[in-house]
Design a protein around this ligand. Structure first.
Ligand SMILES: Nc1ncnc2c1ncn2[C@@H]1O[C@H](COP(=O)(O)OP(=O)(O)O)[C@@H](O)[C@H]1O
Ligand SMILES: Nc1ccn([C@H]2C[C@H](O)[C@@H](COP(=O)(O)OP(=O)(O)O)O2)c(=O)n1
Length: 231
C-alpha cells in the first residue's frame, strides 16, 4: 500500500487529521475548524490536483507511471496553509482556481494511484505539518499514513446521496448526474484501491455529516477533537 508511517508530531504540537470521501465536507469543514482553533490548514488534495494540472499542461503521457512519478519529484509546489488565503502554485504558476475544474477531478486519480507519486507527496506533507505548531490537515490518508500520531484523527463521512447533492450545488448545477457520478463516486472507487478512507482505522473517530448542516458538522468535529485531546 503506502510508504511506512513516519512520526510527524513534535512536542507541544497540535495536529488534527481529517480524512473522508469526495463531497463529505473535508475541505470546507477543516478550514472552519482550523479558524476556530487558530491553526494552519493543509489541503493535501490540492497537491494531487496541482500535479495533475501540471502533467496535463506539459503533455505528460498519463499512462507513463515513471514520468508521473518524476514530475512529482521535480515539481516546484507551493501551497498556502492560511485558512483565509487559498493559494496553490506549481512552477510559479497560480493554479488555485484551475485545479478545481472538472477536467482535473476526472484525471486526478491517475496521480493519486501512483505509489511513487504518493510517497513523494506524503513526504512533503509531513514536512509542512512539522513546520506548523498547530495544523489541521485533510485528505484521504492523513489519519493512517501522513499523521497517524495526530492528536485527533477523524473520518468525516456522508451518504452518497448527500455527497452528490453537495458537489452538484458547489459546481453551480453545471454538471449532469453522470458527470457528477464520475467525478465523485468513480473517483472514490479508483482512489480506494490505494488508500482506505471509507472505514475508520483503529483510534479514528467517525463523524457522519449526512443529516447535519454545515454549522452542525463543524460543531461535531470540534466536539470530537475536544474528546480526543482530553486524554
Ligand atoms: N454538513 C454539510 N451540509 C451541507 N453542505 C455541506 C456540508 N459540509 C460541506 N458542505 C458543502 O458541500 C460542498 C462540498 O464540501 P467540500 O468541503 O468541498 O468537500 P470535500 O473536501 O470533502 O470534497 C461545499 O460546497 C460545502 O460547503
Ligand atoms: N491525502 C490525499 C488527498 C487527496 N488524494 C487524492 C484523491 C482525490 O481524488 C484527489 C483530490 O482530492 P480532494 O480532496 O481535492 O478531492 P475532493 O475535494 O474530496 O473531491 O486527490 C489522495 O489520494 N490523498
Amino acid at each position: 500500500m503506502e510508504s511506512s508511517p513516519v512520526s510527524t508530531l513534535n512536542n507541544d504540537q497540535l495536529v488534527i487529521a481529517i480524512d473522508g470521501p469526495s463531497g463529505s465536507g473535508k475541505s470546507s469543514v477543516s478550514k472552519a475548524v482550523a479558524r476556530a482553533l487558530g491553526a494552519a490548514y493543509l489541503d493535501t488534495g490540492a497537491m494531487y490536483r496541482a500535479i495533475t494540472y501540471s502533467v496535463l499542461a506539459n503533455g505528460t503521457d498519463l499512462s507513463d507511471a515513471t514520468a508521473i512519478a518524476q514530475a512529482v519529484r521535480d515539481a516546484q509546489l507551493e501551497i498556502s496553509v492560511d485558512p483565509d488565503a487559498e493559494l496553490v502554485k506549481i512552477g510559479g504558476v497560480d493554479v488555485t482556481a484551475a485545479i478545481r475544474e472538472p477536467r482535473i477531478s476526472e484525471q486526478v486519480s491517475t496521480v493519486a494511484t501512483n505509489l511513487d507519486a504518493r510517497a513523494e507527496l506524503v513526504r512533503r506533507q509531513q514536512e509542512i505539518i512539522k513546520a506548523n505548531a498547530r495544523i489541521v490537515a485533510e485528505g484521504r490518508d492523513i489519519t493512517t499514513v501522513v499523521a497517524p500520531d495526530a492528536n485527533a484523527r477523524i473520518l468525516l463521512t456522508a451518504s452518497e446521496e448527500a455527497r452528490l447533492r453537495r458537489r452538484g450545488l458547489q459546481l453551480g448545477g453545471s454538471q449532469n448526474d453522470e458527470q457528477l457520478a464520475t467525478q465523485v463516486l468513480a473517483r472514490d472507487a479508483k482512489d480506494s484501491t490505494v488508500v482506505n478512507f471509507t472505514q475508520a482505522a483503529d483510534g479514528v473517530m467517525t463523524v457522519d455529516s449526512s443529516d447535519l448542516d454545515f454549522e452542525q458538522t463543524i460543531a461535531a468535529v470540534l466536539d470530537a477533537i475536544s474528546t480526543a485531546t482530553k486524554n
